[in-house]
Ligand binder design. Structure first.
Ligand code: SAM
Length: 261
């Protein structure tokens, strides 16, 4: 990717969100444009009342199209709760485009005819509705810039890179409120550290996001996740205890709900 252009009614909101930390070092050509610059009349109107019954204003197709026509060839994304969920996989695909145009809308969204004629893809940042597309656009662009700025090594072990959640991290002090750092991390044995971290990744993913494990390929073989977890349970007392606590919490939660009925 070489360039990102943002089209929004509040482009500064997005530019500001992207001006902190590691991502501000980006070398991508970044453009933040205000859709109102293509607005109609003295008041630069960009919206119109929805023709469907019920309340709601929409961003006009002709205004958005006028803006887009000045921007040249690009892959056009509209941020929308109806879009494809944003994932690490989706990011990898988007990064391949030379020029990305990200449209953040407001009101009830954009006139469908503009979406049909000009938008390559709609992207959602989650199953909830925000008041505007600026924060979703900032989320998408932050994730793109971070991947672009950081080295492959820096992101290799992170959550979702290999289909698993990340292992836990620790720093000084060695003893915090009677909790110590797992001894394998201080052992200097890299093979052991890698093995334990992998176990932690599997466990965290299994406990928190079992949906991610459905297609996860353990040791290059598409295998049933239950087997490695059985092995973990047997071999590692600490993890076994955590699994037992988790299973107990589930049972208690189920009982509480049953008693409430
Ligand atoms: N009427 C729309 C619906 O129900 O799908 C919601 C419109 S929302 C109030 C206004 C704009 O915020 C959307 O058009 C979109 O650009 C943005 N937006 C809100 N939630 C979003 C989400 N979860 N992901 C991506 N964009 C979102």
């Amino acid at each position: 990717m070489k360039k990102i252009t943002v089209l929004s009614l509040f482009p500064q909101m997005i530019a500001e969100a992207l001006s902190y930390g590691v991502i501000k070092r980006t070398e991508l050509d970044m453009q933040f444009l205000n859709l109102r610059d293509w607005g109609e009349g003295e008041f630069k109107r960009v919206d119109g009342k929805s023709v469907s019954p019920g309340p709601g204003m929409l961003l006009r197709a002709d205004i958005a199209a006028a803006a887009l026509k000045e921007l040249g060839a690009a892959y056009v994304v509209h941020m929308s709760p109806r879009g494809t969920p944003l994932t690490a996989e989706k990011l990898k695909q988007l990064i391949k485009h030379n020029h990305l145009i990200v449209i953040a809308s407001r009101y009830e969204g954009l006139d469908q005819r503009f979406i049909d004629n000009y938008v390559d893809e709609e992207i959602s940042i989650g199953d909830y509705v925000l008041s505007g597309g600026e924060l979703p656009a900032a989320v998408l662009i932050d994730a793109i810039l971070r991947t672009e700025v950081l080295s492959e090594d820096a992101v290799a072990d992170e959550s979702f890179q290999e289909g698993l959640l990340e292992y836990p991290h620790y720093t000084k002090p060695l003893n915090f409120e009677n909790k110590t750092i797992p001894s394998y991390l201080l052992s200097g044995n890299h093979a052991l550290i890698n093995e334990k971290r992998y176990t932690e990744q599997l466990l965290a993913t299994w406990l928190r996001r079992p949906d991610l494990l459905r297609d996860y390929d353990i040791c290059g073989i598409k295998s049933d996740i239950k087997n490695p977890l059985k092995k973990i349970k047997k071999e590692n007392m600490l993890l076994k205890k955590r699994l037992q606590d988790f299973e107990k919490a589930i049972r208690e939660n189920r009982n509480v709900r049953r008693n409430q009925r």
